[in-house]
Design a protein around this ligand. Structure first.
Ligand SMILES: *Cc1c(COP(=O)(O)O)cnc(C)c1O
Length: 496
């Protein structure tokens, strides 16, 4: 039907179909898989605007999973975007003042990671059976807080899989930690790392690329795959909601067909914003990609100077899911910026691994023109939450607040009137200890789980079912290890 295939950002040798790319997770050469070309949105937006989320997801994802038949994909979509989501719209678009918040947190774990991780396990399962792999898949995941829980929820009790999640002990919110350590399921393993997210992610990547360890795994009937956004199966479902936001704006009469919009994305590993970039490559009219960082502002520096420099202290902020210095998916953007020059990508990543820094050439810098990068401090974040709640009676979480504050800085700098969609990446209920102080002047530190109830009271909202009673759930996981011990922990779990 068409000749789309997947290849690595670091070489041109491998050419594989989507099912194989999703099962592999990461390319043999350590690079990331990308589609060989970007399929185009080939229906008028005025026609698309009548679609619901599932229909649009089918239309878009089908273009990428070319070796899936319609029935297979439809069943994945129906199992993913169902009543697990507490809004039938799946991703409601809410107008607040002059901007539109795209609420991506209505899934089970209250963060946007559910948008892709509700479907990835189903896609992976179909892929495994298509390829006759005959091995159990071990999903190895590093998390800055939200991916871990969303992946655990997605893969719990899925036959033929085990899921092992590593999270930074001091780097996630209390609710995030409790969500993970109370995870049920006969195939779920949660381990805290003494270190930060980058330590966990680097450790996981190293294990993926450890040929000898992979051989041992293989001999024991296992195979690794990834639920992190290095897996292209995470990015494809995320393209859908940007197009969904667009057709909703159209339906609301806020824009006319073909009119450009801006997107604001609170960014860490660069997966979410890259999906919006891919949506543009498919034909979605996006004017600016507004990349919002917290005080770990490597991407702000990169977008403004062309220099990526991870040599700095990682800060623990109130937006922990963005506490990242090595944004993995930037490699996919680099590939695009240098017109698919794998030698260039290899050179830059090589420098990053060797010296912790690289600089792109002026031609690549010029192609960054569609991006705007800014950052927000922790105190600005809390102030933003307070203001938005006071002015609009609308509660945003710390990550979304970073996005909103950066948007305000953008407007000040650019006085741009383009309609703007802000990716609202988590529910405020996930970060009560940071948020309560912004909205409740009588706030006193009390039981952290009681804070959730207080928040519900002030905002007049019901506590999302994903965290209701979380304080009373039994802790089922309590292993802590050092980065060097990750391999032996895995060996123990798998009985190698
Ligand atoms: C993961 C996460 C982000 C960062 O998304 P990336 O795709 O890693 O850039 C932002 N906000 C929240 C709430 C998240 O969970």
């Amino acid at each position: 039907m068409n000749d789309l295939y997947y290849k690595s950002t670091r070489s041109n040798k491998e050419k594989i179909l989507s099912s194989q790319a999703i099962v592999n997770g990461i390319a043999c050469d350590g690079g990331l898989y990308i589609p060989s070309s970007f399929p185009k949105i080939d229906k008028p937006f005025l026609q698309l605007k009548e679609m619901d989320y599932r229909q649009l997801a089918f239309y878009i994802i089908k273009k990428y999973l070319t070796d899936f038949d319609g029935e297979e994909l439809k069943s994945c979509i129906d199992s993913a975007y169902d009543a697990k989501f507490d809004s039938p719209l799946i991703a409601p678009l809410i107008k607040v003042g002059e901007v539109f918040f795209l609420e991506l947190y209505h899934g089970l774990t209250l963060a946007f990671k559910d948008m892709a991780l509700s479907i990835l396990p189903h896609i992976l399962k179909v892929s495994v059976s298509k390829l006759n792999i005959g091995k159990d898949i071990v999903i190895l995941t590093a998390t800055s807080g939200d991916t871990g829980k969303a992946a655990l929820e997605g893969f719990a009790n899925v036959d033929g899989t085990k899921i092992i999640v590593f999270y930074p002990k001091e780097g996630v919110s209390q609710i995030q930690e409790r969500q993970m350590t109370t995870q049920e399921g006969n195939n779920t393993y949660v381990i805290a790392i003494e270190g930060n997210f980058d330590d966990a992610q680097t450790g996981v990547k190293r294990i993926f690329n450890d040929k000898e360890f992979n051989r041992i795994l293989n001999d024991n009937g296992y195979m690794f795959s990834s639920a992190n956004s290095i897996n292209i199966g995470r990015l494809i479902p995320q393209i859908v909601y940007y197009i969904y936001a667009y057709i909703k704006l159209l339906k609301l009469g806020e824009i006319s067909s073909g009119e450009k919009i801006n997107v604001v994305v609170p960014t860490g590993n660069f997966g979410n914003i890259l999906s919006s970039y891919y949506a543009k490559k498919m034909g979605l009219p996006i004017n600016k990609f507004i990349c919002a960082s917290n005080e770990n502002n490597v991407l702000y520096d990169f977008i403004n100077t062309g220099i990526y420099d991870k040599q700095r202290e990682l800060k623990v902020t109130s937006s922990p899911s963005m506490d990242i210095l090595i944004s993995s998916n930037l490699e996919r953007l680099l590939y695009d910026l240098c017109d698919n020059d794998v030698d260039m990508v290899n050179g830059l990543i090589g420098e990053l691994n060797k010296s912790g820094r690289y600089e792109i050439n002026s031609r690549m810098k010029n192609k960054l023109g569609d991006f705007y990068g800014e950052f927000t401090t922790d105190s600005e974040t809390i102030e933003t939450i307070r203001e938005v709640f006071k002015d609009f009676n609308y509660l945003i979480d710390t990550h979304t607040a970073v996005g909103y504050d950066v948007y305000k800085k953008y407007i000040k700098a650019a006085s741009d009137k383009t309609k703007t969609v802000i990716a609202s990446t988590a529910s405020a209920f996930k970060f009560p200890e940071s948020i309560i102080g912004a909205i409740d002047s009588k706030f006193r530190v009390s039981d952290k789980f009681a804070l959730i109830e207080r928040m519900a009271e002030i905002t007049n909202k019901t506590i999302p079912k994903g965290i209701k009673d979380i304080g009373r759930r039994k802790i089922l996981h309590n292993t802590v290890c050092k980065q060097e011990q990750m391999k032996s922990v895995i060996s123990e779990i798998l009985g190698l």
